[in-house]
Design a protein around this ligand. Structure first.
Ligand SMILES: [Zn+2]
Length: 188
């Protein structure tokens, strides 16, 4: 369920890791935020089976054995590449080719089935499909945080569409302060 991060929060606490920042993003972007940097340390949920399973459970995605960490990581890299450079879509298309949406009807109307032949790819493919949905719904609003040291991404839902930072306190203010500091030093 969107925004719910209960299992991840518990699994992180069990490892003594800090809480995950920016856990409120829709699935297609949330995949990218399974890694983050805090206090100069890089964290990655997809490095560990327990954390990956917690994330999959919170997102109501299928898992299995082995835990599909490699597939999720490949999907994450492919989406990050396209956000950084829209022309860099070869990897993403190769992964999308692993599944199909099959249309059908039932007594209530149209239904869509995700057909992914390899069960190990079902979760990653669902993330990629959600990313496609987001980029159709809000083109040019899926961004990486403007702090070059930060790896977080977000969907900008602000009215002005000018959000630059994952969070003003975590990155915006710190980055502005550093830029100011560099400017002052440059003038000296
Ligand atoms: Zn940031």
């Amino acid at each position: 369920m969107l925004g719910a991060d209960d299992a991840v929060t518990a699994a992180l606490a069990a490892r003594g890791w800090p809480a995950r920042p920016l856990a409120d993003q829709p699935l297609g972007v949330d995949l990218l935020n399974t890694r983050w940097v805090a206090g100069g340390v890089a964290y990655d949920l997809l490095d560990h089976d327990d954390l990956t399973e917690a994330w999959l459970a919170d997102r109501e995605l299928p898992t299995g054995r082995p835990v599909p960490r490699r597939q999720l990581r490949e999907a994450r890299d492919a989406v990050a590449a396209v956000i950084a450079d829209p022309a860099d879509h070869a990897a993403l298309n190769a992964l999308l080719d692993r599944g199909r949406v099959r249309l059908a009807v039932d007594e209530h109307g149209q239904v869509e089935h995700e057909d992914v032949a390899d069960p190990a790819w079902r979760a990653a493919w669902a993330c990629l499909r959600d990313y496609l949905r987001l980029r159709e719904a809000t083109p040019d609003r899926l961004r990486k945080c403007a702090n070059p040291d930060c790896v977080l991404h977000f969907q900008d839902v602000s009215r002005t569409s000018r959000r630059q930072w994952c969070s003003m306190t975590a990155c915006g203010n710190r980055f502005k302060a550093r830029r100011h500091h560099d400017r002052v030093r440059g003038q000296a």
